[in-house]
Design a protein around this ligand. Structure first.
Ligand SMILES: [Zn+2]
Length: 99
């Protein structure tokens, strides 16, 4: 059975792939999974305004490197209407976790 996680914001139980994992296991002992699903977490993210997503990077415990973020933004953020709060963040996190 696949492990499921609970989102405190939308009150739903979902598969782990709907949640970002934090490197901060002291704060998130539940495999590092955050207590909000990806969709809820990124609801108010504006990819062009660091103020709206810096707190998420902090929760996940990855450094903010503006250069890396802007590179992704240049490649994937061309069409603002198609860009959601997850578009850049998701790619940024996978990039940071590889390092
Ligand atoms: Zn949710």
């Amino acid at each position: 059975m696949a492990e499921t996680y609970y989102c405190e914001k939308c009150n739903k139980t979902m598969n782990g792939d709907q949640f970002y994992s934090s490197n901060n296991l002291d704060k998130y002992p539940n495999d590092g999974k955050l207590n909000m699903c990806k969709k809820c977490l990124t609801l108010h993210v504006d990819n062009w305004d660091p103020e709206t997503y810096l707190w998420i990077l902090q929760e996940i415990d990855v450094p903010y490197i503006p250069d890396e973020w802007n590179k992704l933004l240049a490649s994937y953020g061309k069409d603002r209407r198609k860009t959601t709060g997850m578009t850049i963040l998701g790619r940024y996190l996978s990039k940071m976790k590889l390092k």
